[in-house]
Design a protein. Structure first.
Length: 286
């Protein structure tokens, strides 16, 4: 009977665990819907802003605006890593940390000095354990990042780029393609360079002048670029956590089936033994 009691305790434990993982799955599903809405709302504005800034770009303007400078040689680069504050999200945080480590190693092999900026407790914990110096360690940005969070995160790095203290800025985050596809990626946010075939600035009728527009829009462009990366990363975290909790819930269900069969066999064997003892005792009395 001791074996049956032990299996019974394991069944109870697995049932409790399944209830927790199921609840976490439902919570992540709810948060994922809101996070996806934020991503879909932020992307069009940032895409339009990016197109305008890159259309107005010219070498002459790059000489006047520090944010548009394009160093001939990258000697020092800043790497901003976005991770989560919580775990239980499968390989979400591990994949981001691996991508950041690979980027840092690649830059250093090319003779480029690096400085690391990390947002999220999981990334901070890893690099603290590895004794990797961090220029910034932010733990206060949660599941619902705001534009103010993006500004406070990017402002110090932007200032260092304007002063010429760093020549490039890379952001490591998750790309939110769908709830089940959130691969890590490296995004170059500085320097700002035209990409693809953008219409020349002289095709636009600008009021006020292009210089004034750039002066006001460049910080706005950079802030919103980082904001979109933050909300995509938050949505990817919820998607990864939902998938991980669903997998855990399914595995707990399969384990319960196995344990229930084991308990039934143990109980059946115990009942059979009791019947045999009763029959044997009755035969001995005859």
């Amino acid at each position: 009977m001791a074996g049956a009691r032990e299996v019974k305790r394991r069944i109870k434990s697995v049932e409790n665990t399944r209830q927790i993982t199921r609840t976490m799955e439902l919570v992540s599903t709810s948060k994922l819907k809101r996070a996806t809405d934020r991503v879909n709302a932020a992307r069009p504005y940032t895409a339009a802003l990016t197109e305008i800034v890159r259309s107005l770009y010219s070498p002459d303007l790059a000489e006047r605006y520090p944010l548009l400078r394009n160093p001939a040689e990258v000697k020092r680069a800043a790497v901003l890593l976005l991770t989560a504050n919580r775990g239980l999200a499968g390989g979400f945080n591990a994949n981001l940390v691996r991508e950041a480590r690979g980027l840092l190693e690649d830059l250093r092999e090319r003779g480029i000095e690096t400085e690391l900026h990390v947002s999220g407790k999981k990334g901070i914990a890893f690099f603290t354990f590895r004794k990797e110096p961090m220029a910034t360690a932010r733990r206060d940005i949660g599941d619902t990042p705001t534009v103010a969070d993006a500004e406070s995160l990017v402002a110090p790095i932007r200032s260092r780029f304007e002063l010429g203290q760093v020549d490039a800025v890379y952001v490591v985050s998750s790309e939110f393609r769908s709830a089940v596809s959130t691969p890590p990626r490296v995004r170059t946010v500085l320097p700002i360079l035209p990409e693809g075939t953008t219409p020349p600035a002289d095709l636009f009728l600008l009021s006020p002048s292009g210089d004034l527009i750039l002066e006001r829009m460049l910080p706005l462009y950079l802030r919103n670029t980082v904001y979109v990366l933050l909300v995509e990363n938050a949505a990817a975290e919820q998607g990864a956590r939902r998938s991980a909790m669903k997998s855990a819930t399914d595995n707990a269900g399969e384990m319960l089936e196995v344990l229930t069969r084991s308990y039934n066999r143990a109980r059946q064997a115990q009942i059979t033994q009791e019947i045999a003892e009763i029959v044997g005792g009755a035969a001995a009395l005859e």
